[in-house]
Design a protein around this ligand. Sequence first.
Ligand SMILES: Cc1cc2nc3c(=O)[nH]c(=O)nc-3n(C[C@H](O)[C@H](O)[C@H](O)COP(=O)(O)OP(=O)(O)OC[C@H]3O[C@@H](n4cnc5c(N)ncnc54)[C@H](O)[C@@H]3O)c2cc1C
Length: 320
Amino acid sequence: MPSMDVYALATAGLKKLALNQECRDAFTKDSLFFKLFERAAHRYIIASDRRELSEKLHLLSGKGYLLGVEYVGEENHDPRVVQDFVNEYLASIQTFAEAGLKPQLGFDLSAVGLLISQEMAYQNAATLLSAAAKHDIPIMISMEHSSAVDSILEVYAELAPAYLNVGITIQAHLHRTVNDLPRIIGYGRKIRLVKGVYNEVREVALPRGPELDERYLHLLEDVLAAKVPVSCATQDPALIKRIFEHNYFPGIQELEMLHGVQPETLRQAKDAGLACRIAAVYGDSWYLHFLHRLAESPDNVIEALADFYDPSRITFGAGY
Ligand SMILES: Cc1cc2nc3c(=O)[nH]c(=O)nc-3n(C[C@H](O)[C@H](O)[C@H](O)COP(=O)(O)OP(=O)(O)OC[C@H]3O[C@@H](n4cnc5c(N)ncnc54)[C@H](O)[C@@H]3O)c2cc1C
């Protein structure tokens, strides 16, 4: 059995590969690697295309889950790619409205223009928030690497007062989150609390461990005390147990996990009476999302190889 250090190194290595541009390029659609690992990635990615989404979302919602949907994209530097991304969301909002679905949509501001200008990210996010609001669909903005947090919060400061259906993700591992939180709470919009997925240096963020778990719970207490809607987005069974033990769960709006990650854990929480959201992802640019899921628990590499060999191991909806 490998030691914990080997797991921590494997996690760091997989996150490094996730961000490596040459590796990303090797996984573009129709490449050899894409074809080899597409089936394994589909443990986490629910569909290649939005046209396949509605039926699957109905199946999960029929099992009693709230839903989240994200179109997997890369950071977009090209205005035309940004516009395609925005168009995809506008079309998906229409698809959901026609199918009677109201999933919480999520995206990175870097996918809607933040790498070009804050103004472009604001305009595109505002367009999507307006379109979603017409169908009572909420939008949750993701949080990205520490180097992007200032710009994301600046754009959010413009969006939050204007749109009731917007929310923001905050990362417990970043030291700055403790100071950012009062301002974010002040907007009164939904907060999604995560530990944080990006590799960060010690000066900027806490590594995984008890100190981070304590900080996560303190941040949660602060949000609950302010009576601001909060989602606990964690896949950590030990932390979920503590959320139950501390009796935080009547106050939190939901427990949220990514599709394909430990369905049984989410099902047990739902059966225990907690509102649970499955955050589902679709699209073909799944390399980063897939690698991050492998990094979160390197045992998933073994699972992915088994899925590659025998894709029939993956049955949509099983376990939920
Ligand atoms: C709905 C949702 C939205 C998110 N949005 C963002 C975001 O906007 N920005 C951001 O930085 N991060 C985001 N994340 C990722 C998040 O920051 C964490 O990296 C991720 O949830 C893993 O941390 P953890 O708390 O689940 O557990 P960790 O502390 O990473 O792991 C603890 C234990 O949980 C279990 N576990 C965790 N993940 C898995 C897995 N994939 N497979 C099997 N077991 C697992 C393992 O037993 C592991 O040892 C999001 C996560 C979710 C669920």
